[in-house]
Design a protein around this ligand. Sequence first.
Ligand code: CTP
Length: 423
Amino acid sequence: MNQSQQKTILLGITGGIAAYKICDLARQLVRAGHKVKVVMTAAATQFVGPATFRALTNNPVATELFDDPAAPINHINLAEEADLMLIAPATANVIAKLTHGRADDLLTTTALAFQGRLLIAPAMNTQMYLDPATQANLKTLEQRGVTLIGPATGQLACGDSGPGRMVEADELFDKVAECVHSSTLLAGKKVLISAGPTREYLDPVRYLSNRSSGKMGLALAREALRAGAGVQLVLGPVTEPVPVDPHLTRRDVVSAEDMHACMTEAAPKADLIICTAAVSDYRPSEYSSSKIKKPVQPQAQSGFVAPVTLIAPIVSLTENPDILAGLGQMKVEGKLRSDAVIVGFAAETDNMEASAAEKLERKGADFLVANDVSATDIGFESEQNAVTIFGKTAVGVDVLRRLEKSSKTLIARQILETVYPRG
Ligand code: CTP
């Protein structure tokens, strides 16, 4: 991350059990290269100690208005220094104080003095959240330009279930990243991304497919847009929200053959091609335009059904085109821009490193991003990922970077920073 992307994030923590989630958020923000300052109310320190945040952020943690003799007007310094302030968890009490401009501790004084983008993540009991007073306060804050994140609905610490749960650290991280991140890494560049699964239909109602949610490809599309690129997204069937942006063109496809046609057509103009799609390697050799029926059992005679063994049909499969390998071949044949960068993804369950390196060579990619899909907490359908980026080096294909488990947004940004521009 260069200097202009490094921001100062001020985290205001109030007294709620969800304060523990802010440890993970602080860690993610620091890892993303930001300077993180923390202000805690006295109640917040009952849940997580300031020493934890001091260690995570490598910065002093402020809790009292007059606790720093070297900075007698600390609230003004903190407010002026921060690019963005996030109050999380935000209790009903702090929300009420912010609404009415009440400044009776370091956190609320700093928030009142802060002139930049303010985000708050409410966390409270469902009845407190739904109370007309809290609802009116939140509405007022929103009208003043404060960004509300959540709350989520679910099981609460008090045992109730309903709206009031603070959203998870990953969602807070993504929101902060969205607000502070602007980059020119891909300004004016054309990025072509394939994402999601493909579906290979046997008949009008049945198909072969896989568990890909498209989240990684969509995160890459969002990050490429944020980095100034024009993005063409070739998208298999997904339920995830797709960004709506004047610089994004979306082509919806169903089968591997459709995706192949779209990617091949768009590739010659692209500066960067990223194949995240989980393409079905095979499709049924034959498509039945009417629904395939089970063989009919012989009619029952006088109430007696003769035992019959039904023979299960065998579906014969035909290999689909390998889209990534085809694009690699186009580059060799001079049909792509000479400086086009091709990035493949590899989902592996065993022998990840050897398989990934072999795949990069075989498919003619410049980089290959490998993830271990046998891990249940990352990869398919998950908000998080952990990947290893392979590339060509003087000694052959080798690991360029290992990105440890974090949100797909952060992983996407780090992938883009690694693969483009090269060198
Ligand atoms: N890919 C593709 N076309 C295919 C199959 C895969 O473009 N028909 C691309 C994927 O988008 C991904 C890369 O190839 O970028 C690797 O996908 P993966 O499923 O891991 O590899 P496969 O070639 O299918 O190998 P295998 O399933 O045998 O591991």
